[in-house]
Design a protein around this ligand. Structure first.
Ligand code: ADP
Length: 368
């Protein structure tokens, strides 16, 4: 059976009336970018919060129509309300998938197969280590389920508007690195429920509606895991490559393999694996303890044919400084850990600049 295309979906949505007699869903500009993964179709409909109830009927009609397209097995359609600051998705102007971001040379994702392995800690320290090499660096916190960049960078407050109409915002800045996170926009205690398509439209805004300075490399802290939202994100962000973080335990490695496969599926080069919490140096006896059976990630990287980028020990200082918003790579630049992160950063930079990965957009599997 022919693969489902965006055009197939657009065609059926054109037959559904928009509320208030504003033509159809497509002509009224209510449909976000459409993501298709095999038989799964995902998108969002922009909704006036006052009409949320009425729109539910329209949403159900759209779902039914999309499910009736041959080859579609699943339709995930979310209603997204206009939010401030920032705008709801503007599909007419939506950038084509994979299009580069002005001013940003390379975008590198830091990902993990599951939560709690130190992905965010690695992302922040890798960004700071790249900066210490003299590069212009930005960080996009795409972990919308648990944004941790405000805490890790010790930043609070809200980004300022970059223009009078409030169309773009300025990134926050600390330790010489520009940072944006949904955590700056939503109060910490606000429970957020994210459906796949909403994640993508929120992230598109964070990526494209920020006035970034000229940047050599942007580090994206991905949401943990390898579900639909992560896959769409990997597919639609113009990534130069991905770094996978794993702990040495076998289980985590199975998850790391999933992460690897996700990027391979969308043809994003995997720059390598970082083994985090690799070993532990006793502060009293100075001895090295390999509590988690260290070395698994290196062997696994070899087996999978991806570069091994380095091993970061489990260390109280790494954790405590992260918790205080003083990441080691910036605050103890002469220390052991900063050195390890710098070596990883050199390898990452060599891979994106040295290899033939330095293109604006990755090769993307387009399902037509
Ligand atoms: P993830 O982003 O994968 O969920 P985090 O980066 O938030 O993981 O790390 C989870 C916890 O582990 C945090 O408390 C963090 O400070 C701690 N941590 C991460 N890496 C290390 C390390 N190398 N040594 C000690 N603690 C670490």
């Amino acid at each position: 059976m022919a693969a489902v295309s965006k055009d197939d979906v657009t065609q059926v949505l054109k037959r559904i009336a928009a509320p208030d007699g504003r033509g159809n869903l497509v002509s009224a500009g209510l449909v976000s970018d459409i993501a298709i993964d095999g038989g799964s179709v995902m998108f969002a409909l922009t909704t006036d919060p006052a009409q949320l109830k009425a729109m539910e009927g329209t949403r159900a009609a759209a779902e039914k129509a999309v499910l009736a397209i041959p080859g579609v097995s699943r339709a995930m359609i979310a209603l997204t309300a206009e939010r401030t600051p920032g705008r709801a998705p503007q599909p007419q102007q939506a950038a084509p998938r994979g299009q580069g971001v002005p001013g940003i040379k390379h975008i590198v994702a830091v990902a993990s197969g599951k939560g709690g392995v130190g992905k965010s800690t690695t992302a922040v320290n890798l960004a700071l280590a790249l900066h210490s090499l003299g590069l212009r660096v930005a960080v996009l916190d795409a972990d919308v389920y648990g944004p941790s960049m405000p805490k890790l960078f010790g930043l609070d407050g809200k980004p300022e508007a970059a223009d009078a109409e409030g169309k773009k915002m300025k990134p926050m800045k600390r330790f010489g690195v520009e940072v944006i996170s949904i955590g700056f926009l939503v109060p910490e205690d606000t429970p957020m429920i994210w459906r796949g398509p909403m994640v993508m439209s929120a992230l598109t805004q964070l990526l494209r509606e920020v006035e970034w300075s000229e940047t050599d490399v942007m580090i994206v802290d991905m949401p943990p895991g390898t579900g639909d939202a992560q896959l769409t994100l990997a597919q639609q962000t113009p990534l130069a490559g991905a770094v996978i973080v794993s702990t040495p335990q076998d289980l985590a490695l199975i998850d790391a393999r999933k992460g690897l496969n996700m990027f391979r599926k969308v043809n994003v080069p995997v720059l390598g694996i970082v083994e985090n919490m690799s070993y532990f140096i006793c502060t009293k006896c100075g001895e090295r303890h390999e509590i988690f059976g260290h070395g698994g990630a290196r062997e696994e990287a070899e087996r999978l044919g991806v570069p091994f980028l380095g091993e970061v020990p489990l260390d109280k200082d790494v954790r405590e400084r992260s918790d205080r918003g003083e990441p080691v790579a910036a605050t103890v630049p002469e220390g052991l850990h900063a050195g390890i992160y710098r070596d990883i950063a050199k390898k990452v930079w060599a891979a994106i600049e040295g290899g033939n990965l330095g293109r604006a957009a990755p090769r993307i599997v387009v399902e037509n």
